[in-house]
Design a protein around this ligand. Structure first.
Ligand code: ZN
Length: 162
């Protein structure tokens, strides 16, 4: 029975995420500790926390979503998009990389002939503050450890596709 956060413990957390003093989001997450399910700085900052413990974890950008990369900003000809597609700054869509992966990109700017898109994560280059409260802890099953992530409460949730 897990009593503190450590490797192979399934953690249920309530959290509020703020960046530059503004609230970004809040919610509850379940993750498997020690498997990179959450940003590295938060995972390290939660080590050893007990049920009901509250912590404020400050995470620098390089231990969160990484630094912004200028080369991730690209100009794409407008005619690469369907002519009838509305394109506006802030839109997110999936783009194919040369090696066939799909990744989210964000529209920064739209001109007549050019769309400027940004493949940086919206929180890249940003220091994050997580206000967390540990809701519950349990030992992971061997299947969860093998998969590297928690499964549903009934232990039979394979809706994630494997
Ligand atoms: Zn799985």
């Amino acid at each position: 029975m897990a009593t503190a956060i450590g490797a192979n413990v399934v953690v249920s957390l309530r959290y509020t995420l703020t960046a530059n003093g503004d609230k970004v989001e809040d919610g509850t997450i379940d993750y498997l500790h020690g498997h990179g399910n959450i940003v590295p700085g938060l995972e390290a900052g939660l080590e050893g926390a007990a049920v009901n413990e509250e912590r404020v974890v400050e995470v620098p950008a390089d231990l969160a979503y990484g630094e912004r990369m200028e080369e991730a900003i690209q100009q794409v000809p407008r005619n690469m998009f369907p002519a009838d597609m509305e394109i506006a700054p802030g839109m997110r869509f999936m783009a194919a990389t040369p090696d066939g992966h799909r990744m989210p990109v964000y529209v920064l700017h739209v001109d007549t002939d050019i769309v400027v898109v940004d493949a940086n994560h919206p929180l890249a280059g940003v220091a994050l503050t997580f206000d967390v409260k540990v809701v519950s802890l349990r030992d992971a099953t061997s299947e969860e450890i093998a998969h590297g992530h928690p499964h549903g409460a009934d232990g039979h949730d394979h809706s994630h596709g494997h």
